[in-house]
Design a protein around this ligand. Structure first.
Ligand code: ADP
Length: 461
């Protein structure tokens, strides 16, 4: 069994990993930038090593410093969390060459899935449906336009190295195509150091439905059901839930089987997610595989009762998955709201700063994953997500009403957050009906007054 783990990440996910390790009796080493000295993940790990200044490029993305820290701390394994180096095959290789277990799949698998265009090929080989699109990346504008015409407008231009909705542009017609194609390439080059793009048919008003995979080192691959992540702003998830209100038992079964086939076909190991888009007629298409833990994994944990992060550590230690597909049960409904330090009344502009009073919600069916506390200063250098609030109950109605109640209780003073915005969604008739697609937020913003995105102050404070 792994005895000691270095956590190559920050914030709530680093804390989540500390907690899983502690329950398994595994020692933890946190790493942090100078901006994160006060973060809870640093306070709660067994030890912590400073790896550089604020900018991620000089700290959390510095593979050599992280490996040096791992050698000084004498750990057996590195957990990369999500973002940063989590899908970096060269980093996974470096870990292997230093005899440190990278908690995730092999570098070869990361390579075959980390690049979206290669992921499409892998899915195709596994006979999973993919969205009609170009065969691999296209870097020549004229050739790209010809391909787009063949596919039929609207098309979406995507960075092969993309993530977090960056480097993705929609083109409605041939006139707009050139501008969007070049914009996607420039954005991708800037964000990922790789301007390569490919083209896909744009699916109108789809749902984003993804399957959680667990695969051990002994060839067993299981799925833990789906998450519906259709509530997105600018292609970035804001609210996730499970089970999906759209899936029938038959569609769930077929999609789950396709997800397992894809994971098996690339020799997957550890936790991963297969993402699909589903159109209004129930046709589903693979879009990408994330070869790491995801932000929204907690939704699946609350629905199935399976601790995914603990299984990541156990799988990396060589343990066998000790249950079968038929044992995975959807026990309840869960919803997650991402609480971001952003002002929804001012176009979601980030608002880092010092949190004054902090009072997280609690009670039956509520889980809060956050590294924040009263007096904590949110640094401006990283992602704006500061907490994940998950509520669960026997029915979707209970989970939604509980979320409404919990968001109303959540006090985070001193900064603006997306909590009141998420709360307004909880009572929206379209969301409540379970009919929302990825276009939901765009429409919701048009028909809803910004005044409803502000927190009403509790009387006693
Ligand atoms: P990223 O890795 O940047 O998050 P994804 O490929 O996972 O990018 O896509 C993010 C979101 O963008 C999807 O959930 C969906 O809302 C939208 N999207 C991506 N591809 C398409 C497509 N072909 N048609 C319609 N929407 C798409």
């Amino acid at each position: 069994m792994i005895q000691k783990v270095l956590i190559a990440n920050r914030g709530e996910i680093a804390l989540r990993i500390v907690r899983a390790c502690r329950e398994l009796g595994i020692k933890t080493t946190a790493v942090y930038s100078t901006a994160d000295e006060q973060s809870l993940h640093v306070q709660l790990a067994d030890e912590a090593i400073c790896i550089g200044p604020q900018a991620s490029i000089d700290s959390y993305l510095k593979a050599d410093r992280i490996i040096s820290a791992a050698e000084i701390a004498d750990v057996d394994a590195i957990h990369p969390g999500y973002g940063f180096l989590s899908e970096n095959a060269a980093f996974a290789e470096k870990c292997a060459s230093c005899k440190i277990k990278f908690i995730g799949p092999s570098p070869a698998v990361i390579r075959s899935m980390g690049d979206k265009a290669m992921g499409r090929e892998t899915a195709m080989k596994a006979k999973a449906p993919i969205i009609p699109g170009s065969d691999g990346p296209i870097d020549n504008e004229r050739e790209a336009l010809e391909t787009a015409k063949k596919i039929g407008f609207p098309v979406i231009i995507k960075a092969v190295a993309g993530g977090g909705g960056k480097g993705m542009r929609l083109a409605h017609n041939a006139v707009a195509f050139g501008r969007e194609f070049n914009a996607a390439r420039t954005e991708a080059e800037k964000a990922f150091g790789n301007g390569s793009v490919y083209i896909e048919k744009y699916i109108q008003e789809p749902r984003h439905i993804e399957f959680q995979i667990l695969a051990d080192q002994h060839g067993k691959v299981l799925h833990l059901g789906e998450r519906d992540c259709s509530i997105q702003r600018r292609h970035q998830k804001l609210i996730e839930e499970a089970p999906s209100p759209f899936l029938t038992a038959d569609l769930r079964n077929r999609m789950g089987k396709a997800a397992i086939r894809i994971a098996e076909s690339c020799g997957y190991e550890n936790a991963g997610t297969i993402e699909f888009l589903v159109d209004k007629d129930g046709n589903f298409f693979f879009i990408e595989m994330n070869t790491r833990i995801q932000v929204e994994h907690g939704v699946t944990e609350e629905v199935t009762g399976i601790d995914i992060v603990k299984w990541q550590l156990r799988i990396a230690s060589g343990d066998r998955l000790d249950f079968n597909q038929k044992d995975v049960k959807i026990l309840r409904h869960a919803i997650e709201c991402r609480i971001n330090a952003e002002d929804p009344t001012r176009n979601f502009c980030p608002c880092p700063g010092e949190i004054g009073l902090y009072y997280p919600p609690g009670g039956h069916g509520v889980r809060v994953d956050s590294h924040c506390y009263g007096g904590y200063r949110i640094p401006p250098y990283y992602d704006s997500m500061i907490a994940k609030l998950i509520t669960f109950g026997h029915t979707r109605e209970i989970a939604m009403d509980r979320m409404n109640r919990a968001l109303g209780e959540y006090l985070i003073r001193g900064i603006h957050t997306t909590a009141p915005f998420c709360r307004a969604i909880m009572s929206d008739p379209v969301f409540r009906s379970g009919q929302a697609t990825t276009k939901f937020i765009e429409d919701f913003l048009v028909r809803t007054s910004k005044d409803s995105f502000q927190h009403d102050k509790p009387k006693h404070l």
